[in-house]
Ligand binder design. Sequence first.
Ligand code: TXA
Ligand code: MG
Length: 346
Amino acid sequence: MKTIISNIDINDIDLNEIKKHAKLIKEGNTVIFPTETVYGLGANALNENAVKKIYEAKGRPSDNPLIVHICDKEEVYNLAEDISEKAKIVMDNFWPGPITIVLNKKDIVPKTTSGGLETVAIRMPSNKIAQAIIRESGVPIAAPSANISGRPSPTKGDHVKEEMDGRVGGIILGGDCNFGLESTVLDMTEEIPMILRPGSITKEELEKLIGDINLDPSLEKKEDNKKAKAPGMKYTHYSPNADVYIVSGDEQSVIEKINNMYKENMNNNLKTGVMCINKNIHKYEGLAIGLGNSLEEVGSNLFSALIEMDKHNIDIIYSEEFPNSGVGRAIMNRLLKSAGYKVIKA
Ligand code: TXA
Ligand code: MG
């Protein structure tokens, strides 16, 4: 497939370029565009044939529902019903932004989009290019992350182009995604809302606004994974070619343990990569990629670091561990999945 690729400056959006891609969406084709979380692979959410092309391009199981992206809060009332006061508060406070809410769907949303469910996940992104493509298309856009199913989600234009050129109708390259982790998914169909996927809008922030929030219990343990309420959380995910391990313990022991394993791997002709906070980069032997200085930076760089490791043909990746609260909860969720829950105690 010939893919139309456009470079768009987010600070000076060329509407003519956006319109080329909006035309593709209107014709029932697929277009990749940047959002503030990760790049999305979009199509008209209300057109079943268009949505099927998303599943094909990603190689994604069709029981895994898609997030519907809108550019105007009021649009939610056309797509969903039984919208609670708490849901309105969340939308008013965090939209546009990196949180998706799950609501009971109206008939207008095809089952292909909702993965067969009676609910629909909706989000209004804050990225100006994302808003422009939705507005110019004139339809809500269903968009999962723009990776081949199972791979890390792309947060940089280069990574999108390398993986997806030829698989979709259009690609809009618009720089790096600033949050770098996919949106928080919050199920608001129950009295007490439940986080199905942690993201940069945290449980703690939500609780301040609307009181008690549950965490899908399946998030905590590998064994419970199959019970996840968000179908997407059941699958193998965020996997680079290398085998990923999280190394846990106090800082000094972690560094020593990883450096010892590095030597062993060398003897076995295996290439080792390390993901760590910036201040520790120079303490590791071999290739170490710094994820940043703060948890926010780690979140934003995690997926691109996993993809970079593949470019260096790394066989084994060791990652430092991060605190499992606030944004750290989203980071550890993605890291654990990427590692297939393999944790080495230092
Ligand atoms: O940040 C994001 O959310 C990105 C950007 C592109 O917006 N999108 C994204 O989509 O991450 P995707 O398809 O990769 O992940 C959507 C997640 C999956 O885990 C899916 O199972 C869950 O949301 N989900 C979607 N609709 C749902 C529903 N009706 N009920 C429960 N979970 C749902
Ligand atoms: Mg995804």
